[in-house]
Write a protein that binds this ligand. Structure first.
Ligand code: MG
Length: 255
């Protein structure tokens, strides 16, 4: 069942999402050569707790950290580690969520460490552009497939490939709610969007090939070809006035 949020619940979502966005901004400011992913995770966790919130990923299905940090060919669910050092030229995807007063925020972004390749930059740019193309379709009366098709068109138009085995999702009192929000599909298909829905739109984009596999640690998803991958995500509300990006660190999220 798709849960609709009333005005009071939407305010709670805004608070949880603002904290999540501030946590992501902090993570991005810490990405640089020589830093370990565990160091970033620790500071992000401390920040979230300082806001009276709880990191929603920690212990989720047994996940051992507050952030997922996925580098280069890692798509999602990278586990922060004291032995994982960020290097010059890496692209570093951070996914983080906070739960506050019973509601979840969820967002992600890919950050460059120092000077990155032209291909890495193009991949990041296309993934971010695809996210915003999807957000523009998060309108009452349209359908999930309109978001999916918009994301897919931008990605494939740039010569890259969407990951199909992981998808965006509804978000609210639970971190993962209905409906699924795929990054591929047909316009005009799927559940109809209506005011009060809150969804995480999150294109995961591989430079080459859709296929992915899960590493032996049971979590980390990598590209099957070894190509680079990027990930951008916002939690978005469908409102009578159009899409509202909830995961903003400060400024108004209305498009
Ligand atoms: Mg998500």
């Amino acid at each position: 069942m798709i849960s609709l949020k009333n005005a009071a619940e939407m305010d709670c979502m805004r608070d949880a999402c603002r904290i999540s966005a501030q946590a992501l901004r902090l993570a991005g400011s810490l990405v640089r050569p020589g830093v370990t992913t565990a160091a970033i995770d620790r500071q992000v966790e401390e920040f979230i707790r300082s806001q009276g919130a709880v990191p929603s990923f920690l212990h989720y299905n047994g996940f051992p950290a507050s952030t997922c940090i996925s580098i280069n060919n890692e798509v999602i669910h990278g586990i922060p580690s004291h032995s994982r050092v960020i290097h010059e030229g890496d692209i570093v995807s951070v996914d983080v969520g906070a739960v506050y007063r019973g509601f979840n925020g969820d967002n992600a972004a890919t950050f460059p460490a120092g000077q990155i390749s032209d291909e890495a930059q193009r991949l990041m740019d296309a993934t971010k552009k695809a996210l915003y193309a999807g957000i523009e379709k998060a309108q009452a009366g349209l359908r999930i497939g309109d978001i999916s098709a918009a994301v897919q068109a931008v990605v494939e138009g740039a010569g890259f490939d969407v990951v199909t085995s992981y998808v965006g999702h509804g978000v609210g009192a639970d971190m993962h709610e209905e409906p699924e929000v795929p990054n591929f599909g047909k316009a005009g298909h799927g559940p109809r969007l209506c005011a009060g829905m809150t969804i995480a739109i999150e294109p995961m984009v591989n430079a080459k090939g859709r296929a992915v596999k899960v590493l032996q640690n049971g979590w980390t998803v990598v590209t099957r070809t070894g190509s680079l991958s990027a990930h951008f995500e916002h939690t978005v509300a469908i409102t009578p006035d159009g899409p509202e990006i909830l995961t903003v660190a400060g400024e108004d999220g209305r498009l």
